[in-house]
Design a binder for this molecule. Structure first.
Ligand SMILES: Nc1ncnc2c1ncn2[C@@H]1O[C@H](COP(=O)(O)OP(=O)(O)O)[C@@H](O)[C@H]1O
Ligand SMILES: [Mg+2]
Length: 457
């Protein structure tokens, strides 16, 4: 995958036997370096030149000039080939600048610079695959991040090591803020309905691509500091589920106001009332047990789309208010019931989506927290807090929600399918958007296109 480029020669520094290289050696080294660094452009110039010379010899100067110019114009003028040429030149330029940036580093990275692999242009800059040479590590490269960014003259660079291959690093060159303006509205704003068995579009990644979250048989835990964007991201998921009349929504909102607009679409809506919350979870557990009996009778192992058993989606905002409330006995009871739902609910078509500021074990018992397969970290104050959401070790691999600037609301790291966190900005549903979608979802659920939603209590 990674193309080997010639290693920078530093024999003059490291080997005393070569401390006095001859002038011709130095010229040869410079020449090789020049050809290596400019190889793409040299090939692009060499091809028409060779064609021109060959035609000159065969047909004379006039015909050679006309045919070569026509051939060059035929390649350069049509937009597809011009774009391809632009991409090739851009990739060559990125490689060259990176090469210069690596040569300006000190220490082991100067002697053994990373091998530059594939370069892909993205919405906000470029993504480059790097291969680390023996004796170098991601830590050294990360320490040099600021120098690399300033040598490239870009906003910043980010690095992430491949969990399966410690020598493979993805370098993201960020030229402009990819999240400054997504320019994309949440598709739910105008959707007439949604099929919840399909992946849900939840936001936009650094390359401007829409990120989809496939929640069938998966539970998600959101974490991050207040104001990071948990409730907004949660509302994007609720909007998709609300627009599928086959989904039963069970909403728990410790703050009451965040999920209240969806109450008309919900099977149950629970505010900061732990006694009610426990009894609703008990109801859900009874439903889960019924479903398992039903599945046994049908001789199937799990609920599948089209099987007549719709999804039950349990959404809990401000989970801490329920599992770490003042009445410890009730909080423990809630946590135990929820743990049971998260542990056994998936095959029965019950999905749990929960948000809390910091899911540390003093707040969310680890037996409950560790059952959430998908994690979504909005901005966190510290790397430790980020690891609490995503799982330990991610910040040391370059994935820390503490690196997100405080003003970047809605930007976070989503750990889902694929196994490596994705940096994204969630779609932003304003209160007006939420109101309009909830109204449409209510009408869809009531089966009456003219029905108006019952006023919230
Ligand atoms: N994706 C986003 N894009 C733009 N602004 C956002 C986004 N998500 C959140 N915000 C802004 O941040 C504010 C706080 O978000 P909220 O979801 O309430 O945070 P939290 O639940 O983490 O405390 C919102 O009122 C909104 O103005
Ligand atoms: Mg919130």
């Amino acid at each position: 995958m990674v193309n080997q480029s010639p290693s920078r020669s530093n024999s003059s520094r490291s080997n005393p036997a070569h401390s006095d290289p001859s002038v011709s050696d130095e010229i040869m080294e410079l020449l090789i370096r020049f050809v290596t660094v400019w190889r793409v452009e040299l090939v692009l110039v060499a091809l028409p030149t060779a064609l021109g010379i060959w035609l000159y010899v065969r047909l004379g100067p006039v015909a050679a000039g006309v045919i070569t110019a026509t051939a060059v114009l035929a390649v350069v003028v049509p937009p597809p080939s011009r774009r391809l040429l632009g991409r090739i030149l851009h990739r060559g330029s990125v490689r060259r600048h990176l090469d210069v940036a690596f040569s300006s580093l000190a220490g082991v990275l100067h002697d053994r610079p990373p091998i530059i692999g594939t370069v892909v242009r993205t919405h906000g800059g470029d993504r480059v695959q790097l291969g680390l040479r023996h004796g170098t590590s991601i830590e050294e490269l990360e320490r040099a991040g600021a120098i690399i960014a300033s040598s490239l003259g870009v906003r910043s660079v980010a690095m992430a090591v491949d969990p399966a291959h410690q020598n493979l690093v993805t370098l993201t060159i960020i030229r402009r803020d990819p999240f400054a303006s997504t320019g994309l509205r949440c598709p739910m704003v105008n959707a007439k309905g949604f099929d919840a068995s399909e992946p849900i579009p939840v936001g936009v990644d650094e390359e401007g691509e829409i990120v989809h979250l496939s929640l069938a048989e998966h539970n998600v835990l959101f974490g991050g500091e207040p104001g990071g964007g948990k409730s907004v991201a949660l509302s994007v998921l609720v909007a998709a589920f609300a627009l599928d009349p086959g989904v039963a929504l069970w909403l728990f909102d410790g703050k009451l106001v965040e999920l209240a607009p969806w109450s008309g679409c919900a099977e149950r809506f629970v505010g900061p009332d732990i006694t009610l919350a426990i009894s609703v979870l008990q109801e859900l557990r009874t439903e889960m047990d019924h479903r398992y009996s039903e599945l046994m009778a049908r001789k199937v192992k799990k609920v599948s789309p089209g099987g007549g058993l719709g999804l039950h989606v349990v959404v809990i905002d401000e989970l801490a208010l329920y599992v770490a409330g003042v009445d410890k006995k009730q909080a423990d009871r809630f946590a135990e019931l929820l743990r049971d739902l998260v542990a056994r609910g998936r095959a029965a078509g019950i999905i749990v989506v929960a948000a809390t500021q910091k899911p540390s074990i003093d707040i969310v018992p680890s037996v409950l927290r560790d059952l959430f397969g998908f994690r979504w970290a909005l901005r966190c104050a510290t790397r430790e807090a980020s690891d609490t959401v995503l799982g330990s070790g991610w910040s040391s691999r370059g994935f820390s929600a503490a690196d997100i600037a405080p003003g970047m609301r809605g930007v976070g790291l989503l750990l889902h399918e694929g196994g490596v966190p994705v940096r994204l900005r969630s779609f932003h549903l304003t209160d007006t958007d939420v109101g309009a979608i909830a109204e449409r979802a209510y009408r869809l659920r009531s089966g009456d296109p003219t029905a108006a939603r019952t006023p919230e209590p």
